[in-house]
Design a protein around this ligand. Structure first.
Ligand SMILES: Cc1cc2nc3c(=O)[nH]c(=O)nc-3n(C[C@H](O)[C@H](O)[C@H](O)COP(=O)(O)O)c2cc1C
Length: 169
């Protein structure tokens, strides 16, 4: 029997948790809408599919987010799964609020959901439920329309960096 990797009563500080959570790879999405005539949104790697019936996805937003209180007022929000060459786009979507959509080619539905045209997939959503979860809020989104590109590959976020899927054998 080898020594177990887990010891009791660890100090689970944020840095240690971030590092451990970071070994789990994820995609990254843009969550966005038009509010008061201007685009608003952010990048999120906490996106996951949740339910087929009803169709639900989720992402977690930090309770400290300055964007979410405004974004959550929208009737509809758009979710775009970022493409493998969207590393810089992702950083921009997480950066200064006034420049998050600079130079991006986007589409907007009649109800204000904003998506990136060159994403791997786009979802038109409404907020189904918000669940308080520690220092984050889990946002459940109900889907109303979906589209995806057959050929594009997703951006991968792993260990605080961006990567790509390698072709399978
Ligand atoms: C790769 C990446 C993934 C991110 N994922 C999340 C996330 O899942 N949830 C979240 O609240 N913020 C996430 N962020 C940070 C947000 O994009 C944004 O920078 C943060 O919410 C602060 O901006 P705000 O105050 O306008 O919300 C991520 C940033 C990056 C670069």
């Amino acid at each position: 029997m080898t020594q177990p990797p887990l010891t009791t009563n660890q100090d689970l500080d944020s840095a240690r948790l971030r590092e451990a959570f970071g070994v789990f790879p994820s995609g990254v999405v843009a969550v966005a809408a038009i509010v008061d005539g201007a685009p608003i949104g952010l990048a999120a790697s906490s996106f996951t599919s949740v339910s087929l019936e009803p169709p639900l996805v989720s992402f977690s937003i930090a309770a400290t987010s300055k964007t979410w209180p405004t974004l959550r007022r929208c009737d509809h929000v758009g979710v775009t799964i970022l493409r493998e060459d969207h590393g810089e786009v992702c950083r921009q979507l997480a950066g200064p609020v006034d420049h998050r959509f600079d130079g991006l080619t986007c589409s907007v539905t009649g109800q204000g959901a904003l998506t990136l045209d060159d994403g791997v997939a786009q979802f038109d959503c409404t907020i189904h439920e918000e669940v308080q979860a520690g220092d984050h809020v889990i946002v459940l989104l109900q889907l109303h329309a979906v589209a995806h590109a057959e050929a594009s590959m997703p951006l991968i976020f792993h260990r605080s960096g961006f990567g790509r899927l390698s072709a399978s054998a």
